[in-house]
Design a protein around this ligand. Structure first.
Ligand SMILES: Cc1cc2nc3c(=O)[nH]c(=O)nc-3n(C[C@H](O)[C@H](O)[C@H](O)COP(=O)(O)OP(=O)(O)OC[C@H]3O[C@@H](n4cnc5c(N)ncnc54)[C@H](O)[C@@H]3O)c2cc1C
Length: 487
């Protein structure tokens, strides 16, 4: 069976690693990126651009939590990348990119024939066999295709494109920060992990000017605690699937309450702490959470683990009206809890807050360009020489590079999901075309609509890759092979 994989980021690596070479004999991977397998997040960049999670939740191989940790042990001396507070290695994201590269290269040798073509795909025709069209005008035949095209890029909410001093997309920071003189006033739009990357990298470059984080809420992501075994029993995908009747928000909260109570924790206490954290000054919150990295309490750890492992299942079981408050009112809190910052970065930010170099401004109203920038926020106005955009794209956004490809599928009966992305079958990742899942077309990654509103991290992408590889194998017919080629 001949498989076309469109996009060569983490999702494609997870898929290649999961595929059964007895079922898939020929693989062609398409991606215009100069260096494949790294996608947007894991390209070469400053050493201050770190992975955002401990090794046990960064394995690209579903079902083998130690896969990445083993690779890291084999490629770095113990302690080199240690985040001392977390007690885990937190290497630069480019190092993780090398892990993805190694995993992909090893996986490719397992197929009879494998080829990486450095061109974007502009369309797929759903003929009797699929025809994949590339930007150079060539046509490539395939039996099945998987779209692994990733998510979007930051949105220009304030219409600043083209203004001198505006950085629309911060990555790679090695390039975008290079021309910012150290004494300039910098405003960073957003308060998520991208904003944290930017501040940590400005600090690593010895920036002395004022840095203002400007966002609606003025809050920051939470801080990781040392990973420990949580022994989750109720908030597992299996348990959630086994429940009879609707799984309302009330019922889900009941499960959280029970899960925590069985570990000697109180959901009411944790919820009160979370609410209080939202109104605390960011520096006070960071200080408190840095002191809690080693805290034995399991509450937050249980919520995080459950969100990563069972979040997608819970989301699909929730009645639509019950999803709304999570997606709107609680979006920021849930995102910050589920995707916290690493303690090393939290310590850098806290030092800057304490030194008075960093501030967090909430209630952002508008940003105007013209002889520098003027930022209107809840407490007044702030000027800046440079504005760096760290506004994350909405989940399930269609990446610009995939717009033509997606349009070609929409023209043949695929459909936009109302929450973003394409309508897919949740069990298999197959794209729904003309009302039915097409067994020849899959999505791995955020283009799959209907999932939770959080951008997929590595565990989510690895789980999707595993599910899709099984679906492909079911559909595949055995065939002959050739040799590995690159161009
Ligand atoms: C800055 C950042 C940091 C992150 N850090 C972490 C982290 O530390 N831990 C974690 O768990 N998760 C992290 N994530 C989440 C991240 O989304 C996933 O980890 C993962 O990278 C998603 O992989 P992907 O392959 O779906 O997308 P991507 O990695 O974005 O790859 C998509 C690829 O598709 C290609 N492509 C797009 N359109 C076409 C086309 N038409 N034809 C051919 N190719 C195309 C692109 O060139 C790209 O190479 C981070 C995300 C971002 C944005």
């Amino acid at each position: 069976m001949e498989l076309a994989i469109i996009g060569a980021g983490a999702a494609a690596v997870g898929l290649l690693d999961a595929l059964d070479p007895a079922a898939v004999t020929s693989v062609t991977v398409f991606d215009p990126a100069p260096v494949p397998w790294r996608g947007r997040p894991y390209q070469d960049d400053l050493d201050s651009v770190l992975v955002n999670a401990p090794p046990e939740i960064m394995s690209i191989r579903f079902g083998d939590r130690d896969h990445y940790a083993r690779w890291l042990r084999g490629h770095a001396s113990p302690g080199v990348y240690a985040d001392e507070r977390l007690g885990r290695p937190i290497p630069p994201r480019a190092v993780y990119g090398r892990y993805l590269e190694d995993t992909a290269e090893a996986a490719l040798t397992r197929f009879g024939r494998a080829e990486v073509i450095r061109t974007a795909v502009t369309g797929v025709s759903l003929d009797e066999r699929l025809t994949v069209r590339t930007a150079d005008g060539r046509l490539h035949r395939a039996d099945q295709a998987v779209l692994c095209v990733g998510g979007g890029t930051p949105l220009d909410h304030y219409g600043l494109a083209g203004a001198p001093g505006f950085v629309p997309d911060p990555y790679p920071l090695e390039r975008t920060l290079a021309d910012i003189p150290p004494g300039r006033d910098v405003a960073v739009i957003g308060g998520g992990l991208t904003a944290v990357d930017i501040v940590a990298s400005l600090a690593a470059r010895g920036h002395t000017g004022r840095i203002s984080l400007v966002s609606r809420s003025g809050t920051l992501p939470y801080v990781w605690q040392r990973p420990v075994e949580t022994g989750i029993r109720h908030l597992t995908p299996e348990h959630l699937r086994s429940l009879d009747g609707p799984v309302t928000l009330g019922r889900l909260t009941g499960l959280i309450r029970t899960e925590l109570a069985e570990r000697g924790e109180s959901w009411d206490d944790l919820a009160a702490w979370i609410t209080a954290t939202a109104s605390r000054r960011p520096a006070d919150s960071l200080r408190e959470q840095l002191a809690m990295v080693d805290d034995p309490g399991l509450g937050r750890r249980i919520l995080q683990e459950a969100a990563h492992t069972a979040g997608a299942v819970a989301w699909r079981l929730l009645p639509v009206p019950d999803r709304e408050p999570l997606r709107t009112r609680h979006f920021r809190t849930i995102t910050g809890l589920v995707s916290p910052m690493v303690p090393g970065n939290a310590a850098v930010l806290l030092d800057l807050f304490d030194a008075g170099t960093l501030e967090s401004l909430s209630g952002i109203e508008k940003i105007e360009a013209g002889n520098g920038f003027r930022v209107a926020h809840a407490a007044g106005e702030r000027t800046a020489d440079v504005v760096i955009n760290a506004v994350n794209p909405p989940p399930h956004a269609i990446p610009r590079a995939a717009e033509r490809l997606v349009s070609s599928l929409l023209g043949q009966g695929a459909a936009h999901h109302p929450d973003g992305g394409l309508v897919t079958d949740p069990g298999t990742g197959r794209i729904v075309v003309g009302g039915r899942p097409d067994p020849r077309l899959h999505v791995v990654g955020d283009l799959a609509g209907g999932g939770p509103f959080l951008v997929s991290g590595i565990p989510g992408v690895a789980a999707q890759a595993h599910r899709t590889s099984r679906s492909i194998t079911r559909e595949a017919a055995p065939a002959g092979g050739g040799g590995v080629r690159r161009r």
